[in-house]
Design a protein around this ligand. Structure first.
Ligand code: AHM
Ligand code: MG
Length: 359
């Protein structure tokens, strides 16, 4: 089709960017694209069929699972299983990692970390939700991959992306050579290149945070919010507050318009709410590739060494000028990261020379 580049064509064209690529990563991205179309179909008709509401179970983090969360989880695992390029899936919906136990997949090179349906509390009210994914190359050479293959820093990601199921459905991804966005054309059932080489504006006027948690925020965040609300025409303040409560939607908007998204520590989430492996790392990779910044307020997200599958972190992400300003407030007013009780005990044991801390 003249004038249109589909996701499939684009992935194949870009395969040459990878010196080691033999097409596996391209096939993996294609499989994720196909599964997201199936999920999109169900999200679009969620109001029509009996898949709204709680499934009656909770995930490892004690959160209610929605039926569509589980449906999306099954679709992505199934696509990654039949594709044969992925040896392990880490998903928000499963306590343990999911080894893809087939003769082909066991030796596959890639690990996928995924939040199959993020922001799912928005489904019932017809607000944008998303899928977030991150792809790593395993360290071990063959046989079953292990936890060490999974717990890699975000800097090791070979690809990351998200799908936003919104007023239109888009897939945005990076393989470390910029960020490209594809809009699903429902009439032909294809993601078509609509946002080539996406760049986050260097500065913006939107700040996105759940301000209902204000009293529990670190002092640095409180001070930044007050800064955002003070009038100063030279820096286009007061800023505009926009918060959907759907990370993909909030970050996608800020990527296009410029802005900062923050989910800091709170009383109920002393380590932050969002998960490093399948929410923060992929979003940080995409935003950095688009020219933005992502940190926990003090340290770069992509440099964090994950210690567990469902590890959480606070996050400040978006336009570089805005994130750096928020970091200045954090450095001045909240320079020390709050630690969980386990981390405090672990640090103490490490100081005492008890190797490995606690389990
Ligand atoms: P989820 O993975 O359980 O859907 O939670 C992640 C979501 C993000 O998309 C969103 O930004 C955040 O949780 C909203 O949390 P809150 O309602 O505390 O503001
Ligand atoms: Mg999520």
């Amino acid at each position: 089709m003249a004038g249109i580049t589909t996701l499939g064509q684009f992935i194949i064209e870009k395969q040459a960017d990878f010196s080691y690529a033999k097409g596996e990563l391209s096939r993996l991205l294609r499989d994720i694209g196909i599964a997201s179309k199936i999920v999109n179909r169900e999200v679009n008709k969620a109001g029509l069929v009996d898949i709204l509401g709680d499934a009656g179970t909770t995930n490892v983090q004690g959160e209610d699972q929605k039926k569509l969360d589980m449906y999306a989880n099954e679709q992505f695992i199934s696509a990654l299983t039949s594709g044969g390029e992925c040896c392990i899936v880490v998903t928000e919906e499963e306590d343990e990692f999911v080894p893809i136990d087939s003769p082909v997949s066991k030796n596959a090179k890639y690990i996928v970390c995924i939040d199959p349906l993020d922001g799912s509390s928005n489904i019932d009210v017809n607000v944008a939700v998303g899928t977030i994914f991150s792809i790593y190359r395993r360290k071990s050479v063959d046989g079953c991959a292990t936890i060490t293959d999974i717990l890699q820093k975000g800097t090791q990601q070979v690809a990351a992306g998200y799908v936003i199921y919104g007023s239109s459905t888009m897939l945005v991804y990076t393989t470390g050579n910029g960020v490209n966005g594809f809009t699903l054309d429902p009439s032909i059932g294809e993601f078509c290149l609509s946002h080539p080489n996406m760049k986050v504006p260097e500065d913006g006027i939107i700040y996105s945070i759940n301000e209902g948690n204000y009293v529990h925020f670190p002092e640095g965040v409180k001070k930044y919010i007050k800064y955002a609300q003070v009038e100063d025409l030279s820096t286009r303040r007061p800023y505009t507050s926009r918060y959907i409560g759907s990370m993909v939607g909030d970050i996608h908007r800020n990527l296009i318009k410029g802005g900062i998204y923050m989910y800091p520590t709170t009383a109920s989430s002393p380590n932050g709410k969002l998960r490093l492996l399948y929410e923060c790392n992929p979003m940080a990779f995409i935003i950095e590739q688009a020219g933005g910044v992502a940190s926990d307020g003090l340290n770069r997200i992509l440099d964090m060494q994950p210690k567990e599958l469902h590890q959480r972190t606070s996050i400040f992400i978006g336009s570089p000028k805005m994130v750096k300003k928020a970091e200045e407030f954090m450095a001045e007013f909240s320079p020390v990261k709050s630690l969980s009780t386990d981390e405090i005990v672990e640090e103490k044991l490490e100081q005492l020379g008890v190797v490995g801390g606690i389990d």
